[in-house]
Design a protein around this ligand. Structure first.
Ligand code: CS2
Length: 493
């Protein structure tokens, strides 16, 4: 059994630098993605230009990563996997960890500390507590209502940020940047809207709102790196390459991209030294990535999942999946985006095809298919409405929604198989309640589309619901391949 990775046992050099003792960044959501993305840019930026940009990493409730990191002096490895081979890097950029659910007061005090200049976050679509129908903060939902009733012990990240900002103002701790690193349309604007709607609904001291408007910024950003979940294989590969055991290594592809709006209230690391792009066209990049990569990813996962394919590359290898994705990209997504200047969409798509074919990475179909009720909101309604307004039915987007329904809330009697069963759907119970008693596939689909899972503007488009129902019917009677064929035939008619 190899020794455990730690400061004492690791004799190589870390990626970038080891962070200095005083952290300047607090990160909400210490999942794999942060550790293979922003953390890497930060370590490299400090290696190039210094700065007190070590990171306080916050887990929402699970102790697993936090305890493992503390036991390894915050060292962990990143295992890069591609057809060109594999490499391992060791990181040492975190300086402290917290668990929000157990240390809420300490978390808010830490965000209110003058040394912290930036809060970054990967709290997933779910963490923003948005109402699916209105897009506003879900103020009457159980979670936000509970935080508003008990603002000193908030459970949501939005409530914790709200409480911390009030403390920061009271303590005169200076300006702050809150940087969303989640896959959301206009991520910065969305984060800003949710936090300010929370603050509007809560008691704040005099002068607070003026301070908040002038001193707290929420830049938009597009984040990108495919980071699958860790497996036993990741751990043993790292042990083999490093000669040390790491309880929390992160597997990742080689590709990485970060496009950020340069609106930082209190300074920032020289992330451009690590390859980040500072741009005024971030929202265009966000749409490119959210639709071309993430949207297509959802279609690959539902079609591949229903076809029994356990990984994204195994799904994408199927001709019917590749054909539907190509159609989706060229006729439904690309025309919906005002591209950033100088951007070559076909080169980007060719690169996506390579990334989705990465068997060495083996990204799980079920990972991408999880959380569909939240992800599809970012990937379907706007481009679907654009086509519907032109009098066309978006066949592949309808197929995507049908695939999601067939995987996570199928009509009675249809078994979507083991890959679909491994998809985690947080709205499963609400979905089941919505479809209870539906007497036909059409009624089943309508109960979902109109059941609070999609914005009103899409829910009222019967031609869309009808097409989703057609595809669910075909999937459940003659299979996903026939549904894909029907979607392609209709698109090409
Ligand atoms: C994926 C993303 O979970 C998903 O739906 O599309 O996690 C994707 O792998 C990342 O956004 C890549 O940057």
């Amino acid at each position: 059994m190899a020794e455990r990775l730690s400061k004492a046992t690791f004799s190589g050099s870390v990626l970038g630098v080891s962070a200095p003792p005083n952290p300047g960044i607090l990160h909400l959501g210490i999942g794999n993605f942060h550790r293979a993305h922003a953390a890497v840019y930060t370590a490299k930026a400090m290696a190039a230009q210094g700065g007190d940009w070590g990171i306080v990493a916050v887990a929402n409730r699970s102790r697993r990563v936090v305890d493992a990191l503390a036991g390894q002096d915050y060292h962990y490895s990143i295992l890069e996997l591609s057809s060109a081979g594999e490499r391992v890097d060791v990181m040492d950029v975190h300086r402290k960890t917290l668990v929000a659910a157990e240390q809420t007061a300490e978390l808010m005090a830490q965000i209110a500390h003058p040394d912290i200049k930036i809060v970054t976050m990967t709290i997933s679509e779910n963490g923003y507590c948005r109402n699916a129908v209105t897009g506003d903060l879900d103020i009457d939902g159980d979670l936000i209502a509970a935080d508003l009733a008990n603002p000193d012990a908030p459970r949501t990240s939005i409530g914790q940020l709200g409480g911390a900002l009030i403390r920061r103002y009271q303590g005169d701790a200076g300006p702050l940047t809150i940087l969303s690193c989640d896959n959301l349309v206009s991520a910065g604007h969305t984060a800003h809207a949710m936090v300010s709607q929370y603050l509007q609904a809560t008691a704040t001291p005099e002068g607070f709102h003026e301070w908040f408007t002038a001193q707290v910024t929420f830049p938009n950003a597009m984040v990108d790196r495919i980071v699958p979940g860790m497996t036993d294989g990741t751990r043993s590969k790292v042990e083999q390459l490093l000669g040390l055991s790491d309880a929390v290594p992160v597997p990742a592809e080689r590709f990485s991209m970060w496009v950020i709006e340069d609106r930082f209230a209190a300074g920032r690391p020289a992330w451009e030294e690590a390859g980040a792009i500072f741009s005024d066209e971030v929202e265009a990049y966000e749409l490119v990535k959210l639709r071309l990569l993430n949207g297509s990813h959802s279609l690959i996962s539902y079609l591949g999942g229903l076809d029994g394919r356990e990984t994204i590359p195994a799904s994408f290898e199927q001709d019917f999946v590749r054909e539907c994705v190509t159609e989706l990209l060229n006729t439904e997504y690309l025309p919906s985006i005002a591209l950033p200047s100088g951007f070559d969409p076909q080169a980007y798509i060719a690169q996506l095809f390579d990334r989705w074919s990465n068997h060495a990475l083996g990204d799980a179909t079920a990972r991408v298919g999880s959380d569909g009720s939240l992800k599809l909101l970012q990937r379907v309604p706007d481009p679907a409405l654009r086509m519907l307004d032109l009098g066309e039915v978006p066949q592949q987007l309808a197929l995507m929604v049908a695939g999601w329904i067939a995987c996570v809330c199928p009509p009675d009697g249809f078994d979507p198989g083991p890959v679909a069963a491994a998809m985690i759907e947080p709205a499963k119970d609400r979905l089941a309640a919505a479809v209870a008693g539906a007497g036909s596939t059409r009624a089943h689909v309508e109960a979902i589309v109109r059941g609070g899972f999609f914005p009103e503007a899409l829910a009222e488009r019967d031609e869309f619901t009808e097409r989703v129902a057609d595809f669910v019917r075909i999937i459940t009677t003659s299979g996903v391949r026939d549904a894909a064929r029907a979607a392609l035939d209709a698109a090409r008619a």
